[in-house]
Design a protein around this ligand. Structure first.
Ligand code: PGA
Length: 244
């Protein structure tokens, strides 16, 4: 059985007071959901929210273990404050910060070494979808991100399929489009790790909202969501989490 997860990616949003009040509302309302909730606040707030009963994820980590890397945070530091998950390879980091597949792979290894679960993002641009190469793009991203990852660590891995054309645009992949790619990713994971690779949770991200979560989450190979905009309000985020 794959784990059901709904993760909120707050990105670079919310000042301290608003972050605190969103967190308090989530703590109050998170009972009665049939999945694991993960919140991924900006790194400056991580410390306030760890070890309080809700899983917490970082949005980024250094590919290096420690040393003279001004401005970076190591996986060991994240672990030391109780962080459980970390998003890696988000398309915004690939696009705005030139993160490569190789960087993503190094980060995945740093996280696994330190007992943090990577949420590895993949997804194609609109051009790549329209020109029909999107499956090749996704396969390369996944194979490169997971290079040399031991199959003993399968239970630590989470994948997020996030078509770039659906992120923050209000255009969601249809459940048919999303299911097709999720099933394809499941095949790639089983070709890398054998049949146990089928146990890895695959989340959908890209304009997932309360009005479309139910349909997406009822697809066979969709194990939850990575939610951006709709995670910034407790009501919509919890409504999505209750869609299982
Ligand atoms: P969105 O973002 O839900 O606002 O489209 C998803 C993401 O970037 O993880």
């Amino acid at each position: 059985m794959t784990r059901k997860i709904v993760a909120g990616n707050w990105k670079m949003n919310l000042l301290l007071n608003d972050a605190n009040s969103l967190f308090d509302q989530l703590v109050a309302e998170n009972k009665g959901v049939d999945c694991e909730i993960v919140i991924c606040p900006p790194s400056i707030y991580l410390h306030k929210f760890t070890n309080k009963g809700i899983s917490v994820g970082a949005q980024n980590v250094s590919q290096f273990s420690n040393g003279a890397y001004t401005g970076e945070l190591s996986a060991a530091m994240l672990k030391s404050i109780g962080v459980n998950y970390c998003i890696v390879g988000h398309s915004e980091r690939r696009e705005c910060f030139c993160e490569t597949d190789e960087d993503v792979n190094l980060k995945v290894h740093q996280l696994l070494l330190n007992g943090i679960k990577p949420i590895v993002c993949c997804g194609e641009s609109l051009d790549q979808r329209e020109s029909g190469i999107f499956k090749d793009v996704i396969e390369t991203q996944i194979r490169e991100a997971l290079k040399n990852v031991s199959s003993n660590l399968i239970s630590e891995l989470v994948i997020a399929y996030e078509p770039i054309w659906a992120i923050g645009t209000g255009v969601t992949a249809s459940s048919v489009q999303a299911q097709e790619v999720h099933a394809f990713i499941r095949e790639i994971l089983s070709s890398i790790f054998g049949s146990a690779g089928r146990e890895i949770s695959i989340l959908y991200g890209g304009s997932c909202k309360p009005n479309n979560a139910l349909e997406l989450f009822s697809c066979n190979d969709i194990d939850g969501g990575l939610i951006g905009g709709a995670s910034l309000e407790a009501e919509s985020f919890i409504a999505i989490a209750k869609s299982f």
